[in-house]
Design a binder for this molecule. Structure first.
Ligand code: BES
Ligand code: MN
Ligand code: MN
Length: 464
């Protein structure tokens, strides 16, 4: 590849790349919604077609369904024109998205992409369709007009990241050889601040659970039975409050046993990042105060401390108006974010035992595990991270910083543990991109800088 001609091609065709991305964003590939399975598949086919047009070989959808589950397809492609002596990079992304609700908060509909002030608004714009599309377009730019890449490439794009990534995890376990590479490149994280080149070197893991509380045998009139019958919502409120008291420290015995503190070098580096807590509270969170473990900084609280959140409490009466009922059962969707070296299975057991031991009178509690993923920290001391840091420095004109992310990308842990390859997390989102929220956006300048950074990364890896 001539780097210059690939970069020039990407610049000349940048507007077309964005128009194509808009087409992909119009497909509501919501992986958690069973009724959207057809759309999820359409998105997979769109990505496959994009890879074919970019000039990749062996482009195929890989079914992840098994006897016991219906999965969403993986998209695979490869290009081995650099020859057996060259390095191989595994490019990863996901084409599935989170549900768009609440719809009335969106300024333009979630699946009708709209450009406003240099940003592209749509569900999936940055997480992760837009960032995955940067990979596809960087490959197209490199291979355009008979061009060559300085590295071999495999591409794997999944459609279940937002629901735990079970299908790709099984594929990596069973067919790891089909993804054999020297390093993985993941673009599904963010810059620490606008214009600041950033590599993410750690992710939190998680367990996502449902906690069901059952009281009476059937719904009851709350006037006739109120005062004598157990209320499962009140029980869940009591259990939740005990799990996470106001000081933010999780009360489950043994919860913190395997936690590894960040190194003092890492903590020093975080302290020198441009972070203003008050600005963060106002512009990103928008609450009257921040909460959590006061003795830890906000970056520590979100990157290197575990936590717990409640996502919703389905059940009971949620219609308009008033209904006087004591529901027979209630559910809380509860997740825990984990940090190295906490083990998801072990944490689930501790949690299950603890909630059962504090079940309020007359209430039967059942904890169910929906999905889980391991926490990960990657070493910065390898040539691929150095290649990525150099690529970003060249594009942004500043020294690259290293951060962790509070979110999770379950498969990254498997790349490191099962495939044994270094993983480079080079993402181009911004802190105010509204991931998983209304008005998700991608700053289009970052889409284009992302493509150029990826091209330069390939170029540097080609020289290793
Ligand atoms: N791209 C995010 C994860 C992320 C965001 C990492 C920002 C670092 C910085 C990913 O798509 C995501 O949202 N993952 C889910 C995973 C879960 C459903 C298993 C998450 O973190 O909630
Ligand atoms: Mn993502
Ligand atoms: Mn996400």
């Amino acid at each position: 590849m001539s780097l210059d001609s690939a970069v020039a091609f990407a610049r000349e065709n940048g507007d077309r790349f964005v128009e194509e991305l808009k087409e992909l964003l119009r497909i509501p590939s919501i992986s958690t919604a069973p009724e959207r399975a057809g759309d999820v598949r359409r998105a997979a086919e769109f990505v496959a077609e994009g890879l074919r047009k970019a000039g990749l070989d062996q482009v195929q959808l890989i079914d992840t369904s098994t006897a016991t589950r219906t999965g969403h397809p993986l998209v695979y492609a490869e290009w081995f024109g650099a020859g057996p002596a060259a390095k191989t990079v595994l490019c990863y992304g996901h084409y599935d998205v989170q549900p768009p609700e609440p719809l009335d908060e969106w300024l333009s509909p979630p699946f009708e992409p709209q450009e406003r002030k240099g940003n592209l608004y749509a569900r999936g714009a940055v997480d992760d369709k837009g960032q995955m599309w940067m990979h596809v377009k960087a490959l197209e730019a490199a291979l355009a007009g008979g061009g060559k890449l300085p590295v071999n490439v495999r591409v794997i794009v999944e459609g279940e990241e937002e629901v735990g990534g079970e299908g790709i995890a099984a594929f990596v376990r069973e067919h790891g050889d089909r993804l054999k590479a020297d390093a993985a490149l993941v673009s599904d994280t963010e810059l620490f601040a606008p214009g600041l080149p950033t590599l993410c070197v750690g992710l939190r893991g998680m367990i996502y659970t449902e906690l069901e509380a059952r009281g009476a045998a059937t719904d009851l009139h709350s006037g006739m039975y109120g005062g004598a019958a157990p209320n499962p919502f009140i029980a869940l409120a009591q259990v939740v409050a005990q799990l996470k008291p106001e000081d933010g420290r999780i009360a489950i015995p043994g919860f913190y046993a395997d936690l590894q503190e960040p190194t003092s070098d890492e903590l020093d580096a975080w302290r020198s990042l441009p972070f203003d807590e008050e600005h963060y509270r106002k512009t990103e969170v928008g609450s009257t105060e921040l909460t959590g473990e006061e003795m830890f900084s906000v970056l520590e609280r979100t990157w290197s401390r575990p936590t717990m959140d409640v996502h919703g409490m389905p059940g009971g009466f949620i219609g308009a108006g008033a209904k006087t009922v004591i529901p027979a059962k209630a559910v809380a969707k509860i997740s825990f974010r984990l940090v190295p070296d906490m083990k998801p299975e072990k944490i689930f057991e501790l949690y299950k035992n603890f909630v059962e031991s504090i079940a309020p009178k007359g209430i039967v509690l059942e904890a169910r595990l929906i999905h889980s993923g391991e926490p990960i920290v990657v070493s910065t001391d390898n040539d691929y991270i150095r290649a990525a840091a150099a690529a970003m420095r060249e594009v942004f004109g500043k020294e690259t910083v290293y951060v962790r992310g509070g979110g999770s990308i379950p498969i990254v842990g498997d790349f490191v543990r099962e495939l044994g390859i270094p993983t480079v997390m080079m993402g181009f989102g911004l802190p105010d991109d509204n991931l998983h929220a209304p008005n998700e956006k991608f700053h289009l300048a970052n889409f284009h800088s992302g493509i150029e950074s990826i091209l330069r990364f390939f170029d540097h890896v080609g020289k290793l």
